[in-house]
Design a protein around this ligand. Sequence first.
Ligand SMILES: [Zn+2]
Length: 79
Amino acid sequence: MLLALALLMLPMLTVGSEPQERADAGDGMVYICMGNGAYAYHRSRSCRGLNRCTGGIRCVTVGEAVSLGRSKPCGICCR
Ligand SMILES: [Zn+2]
C-alpha cells in the first residue's frame, strides 16, 4: 500500500517546478462531492472519501466549497 503510494508520488517529484497537470487540483482548488450529506472538501481527487460520493465530483475553489456547504477539510486527504 505504501509502496503503491510512493510510486504514485514519484512522477510528481520528478516534474520539479513545471506546472501541475489538470488531473490534480492546483493551489486553492479542492474537490467536493455534490451528493447529499457531503460536508467536506478534498485536496485529492483520488481520496477514498470521494470514492463514496454518489452525486458527482466538482473541482472548485475553497471559497466555493464553503459556500456550497463543504466547509470542513477532509480528515483523510487534508491533514
Ligand atoms: Zn478527502
